[in-house]
Write a protein that binds this ligand. Structure first.
Ligand code: AMP
Ligand code: ZN
Length: 137
């Protein structure tokens, strides 16, 4: 892709970013609207819209890299806890349709408006789990 994708433009240097890491497959840069100080984004150089589109080999590398970046981020900004978040698709809150993982330090519980759900219906939960199991490949 494309001139329209902001992360493609960042990857190819046409839009500036504050980079903390780069290699042939990934770049990592500071989120311009941080949820908390230190919030960074790990982004594939290639344009893949969602996790489902990213080759497995790159995804394996992404988690190892996220761990490395998180360690550096926590030391760098003075935090102990963090979230790794990937939004996939607009219903999941993905605004930029180019794969990225948020690496977000957490110093208090209120910084991300994530709410837990209601208690599960325990008579249904095993069947839900079984439907997922049946579709595992
Ligand atoms: P998502 O909702 O998962 O697609 O998150 C997109 C993230 O990209 C948001 O946290 C934005 O603040 C961030 N973002 C958008 N444009 C830029 C940019 N030019 N530089 C850095 N971060 C950006
Ligand atoms: Zn892109």
């Amino acid at each position: 892709m494309t001139e329209k994708c902001v992360f493609c433009e960042i990857a190819n240097g046409r839009i500036p970013s504050i980079r903390v890491y780069e290699d042939p497959d990934f770049i990592a840069f500071m989120d311009i609207n941080p949820i908390s100080e230190g919030h960074l984004l790990l982004v594939t150089r290639e344009h893949y819209p969602s996790t489902l589109d990213v080759p497995d080999k790159l995804l394996d590398k992404a988690l190892t890299l996220a761990k490395r970046l998180a360690k550096a981020m926590l030391l760098g900004v003075g935090a102990e806890d963090f979230n790794l978040i990937v939004n996939n698709g607009p219903m999941a809150g993905q605004l930029v349709p180019h794969w990225h993982m948020h690496v977000i330090p957490r110093r208090s519980k209120g910084e991300i408006p994530i709410k837990t759900g209601d208690p599960a219906d325990l008579t249904k939960l095993p069947f839900v789990a079984e439907r997922i199991r049946q579709n595992l490949q």
